[in-house]
Design a protein around this ligand. Structure first.
Ligand code: HEM
Ligand code: HEM
Length: 175
């Protein structure tokens, strides 16, 4: 078993993080869509309760994944091109920024917050913190939908790159 990445392919930890998080992100968007399109239905009641805790977990996993990418930085399969590199960096940025602005809004509301039963922050008395509320309300959903669009583009490009053996990068994330 190859734990770390090398120039030919991604190692077990990178692959586990990539595919595991892809599944969790799929679930995260199902819950966002259920909230957006099916408010006050049983569909929302089923999916929505996981949205905040899973969002916190995704933020933690993405920070770990970023650290792991830095550890492997000089020893990873090379990007197909500059656009692919920038695209991957933007994916990192958005999976960190989207939950962060939501968490700031949550904190600014002054209400106590926990994820999976683990306290994240205690509430506070007094005025809500307006800039935090505004930041979350103005950007959380928007960043989330941009992330979804970028993920769709990422998947389309992964399959388009299969046509040319020089750019067929799927095996290095699978094998
Ligand atoms: C990677 C993590 C996350 C993603 C991709 C994500 C994505 C989304 C999306 C696409 C929406 C629908 C926006 C709309 O109604 O137009 C949404 C709504 C929402 N999310 Fe998240 N979210 C994440 C994490 C979180 C976290 C950590 C929290 C709270 C601690 C949170 C709280 C909310 C709330 C309260 C709404 C409904 C209100 C609103 O539209 O802002 N989300 N999220
Ligand atoms: C069916 C879904 C997906 C497919 C087929 C897919 C495919 C791939 C492939 C083939 C690579 C290797 C690219 C290369 O080495 O140049 C890759 C890397 C990457 N993918 Fe995906 N991907 C999927 C879902 C996602 C999702 C949901 C995200 C969201 C964050 C994501 C983020 C990344 C990132 C950041 C990289 C760079 C390597 C890393 O840091 O892990 N992918 N993906």
């Amino acid at each position: 078993m190859q734990i770390k990445d090398n120039s030919e392919k991604y190692g077990t930890i990178s692959k586990f993080l990539h595919w595991g998080m892809a599944l969790l992100i799929l679930w995260q968007f199902l819950s966002a869509a259920a909230h957006y399109f099916f408010e006050d239905t049983t569909i929302e009641a089923f999916f929505w309760p996981t949205h905040k805790p899973l969002g916190v977990l995704l933020l933690l996993l993405m920070v770990l994944r970023l650290l792991w990418a830095l550890v492997n930085h000089s020893n990873r399969p090379p990007s197909v091109g500059l656009l692919a590199k920038l695209g991957h960096m933007t994916l990192y940025l958005l999976v960190i920024a989207t939950p962060t602005v939501a968490l700031l809004r949550q904190y600014g509301s002054g209400r106590a917050f926990e994820a999976f039963g683990v306290p994240v922050f205690a509430g506070f008395e007094g005025e809500k913190i307006k800039w935090m509320l505004d930041l979350g309300s103005n950007f959380h959903g928007e960043l989330g939908w941009v992330l979804l669009a970028l993920i769709v583009g990422h998947i389309v490009m992964a399959y388009r790159h299969r046509k040319n053996p020089n750019t067929d990068v799927l095996p290095r994330m699978l094998k």
